[in-house]
Ligand binder design. Structure first.
Ligand SMILES: O=C[C@H](O)[C@H](O)[C@H](O)COP(=O)(O)O
Length: 238
């Protein structure tokens, strides 16, 4: 039983690596690049670091989390900022769910949704890299929508989030029971909708709540999705 689970996890990791490896072919000398967060983005940053090392690829990067920044620095990928690079040529990131057709996403399982969204909307091209298990017909099927909120008065915001149609709203916690803190020193409420029929309406409702900083619905942002699956690599375009 344990071995079967390990095999399945290894297969998924291989697919993530495949999507990540294809994505870095979009990156060329001189580009400013957004670096995502999570296990798929980690493969992408590793592969990018390898191109910097072997080919002398000259790029500048804005990472979407402290973890991705540390990884990029360890691989000698130069870091830039929005003062020097207000627009990025391309950003590459993973996702928790991708809706077929619309290419709307749920992101933020790793807690990096806010910086990820800032980077994604600042990029001329936003490339999403996933294994095929992330593709859904309706958002919310497998994942809750993470909502980043300021810590002060969070219980009030949680109450209001329950009124957005969520079946459950759960503050994210660390293993020791303390509230999980994002890199921006905010907290996250995971809202489970089971099946989101009106993503735009829901996004508008959530963002209208004072105290909400942002949410993990990424609508009308994605340029292309690279999906690695058993049958090979598929490119979904907006
Ligand atoms: O906050 C985390 C991000 O949105 C990740 O990109 C997302 O959770 C996908 O992560 P993974 O590539 O590990 O499945």
């Amino acid at each position: 039983m344990v071995e079967i689970a390990q095999d399945a996890a290894a297969r998924v990791a291989e697919l993530k690596r495949e999507a990540a490896t294809h994505a870095i072919s979009y990156i060329q000398d001189g580009m400013a690049v957004g670096l995502g967060t999570g296990s798929t983005a980690k493969f992408m940053i590793d592969a990018l670091g390898e191109r910097v090392r072997r080919e002398g690829l000259k790029i500048r990067a804005i990472p979407t989390s402290e973890a991705s920044a540390a990884q990029a620095q360890s691989l000698n990928i130069p870091i830039t900022n929005f003062a020097d690079d207000p627009y990025l040529d391309v950003a590459i990131d993973g996702a928790d769910e991708v809706q077929t057709g619309s290419l709307f996403l749920i992101k933020g399982r790793g807690g990096a949704l806010l910086r990820e969204k800032i980077v994604a909307v600042s990029a001329r091209k936003f490339i999403v890299i996933v294994d095929e298990s992330k593709i859904v017909t309706d958002l919310g099927t497998h994942m809750p929508v993470p909502v980043e909120i300021i810590p002060w008065g969070w219980e009030r915001v949680e109450n209001l989030l329950r009124k957005t149609g969520a079946k459950a709203c759960v503050p994210r916690r660390n293993a020791d029971g303390s509230l999980y803190m994002t890199d921006n020193h905010n907290i996250i409420i995971d809202c489970d909708y089971e099946c989101i029929k009106d993503p735009r309406g829901l996004a508008d409702h959530i963002i209208s709540i004072t105290g909400v900083v942002d949410h993990g619905l990424f609508l009308d942002i994605t340029s292309e999705v690279l999906v690695a699956g058993a049958a090979g690599l598929q490119r979904l375009k907006a």
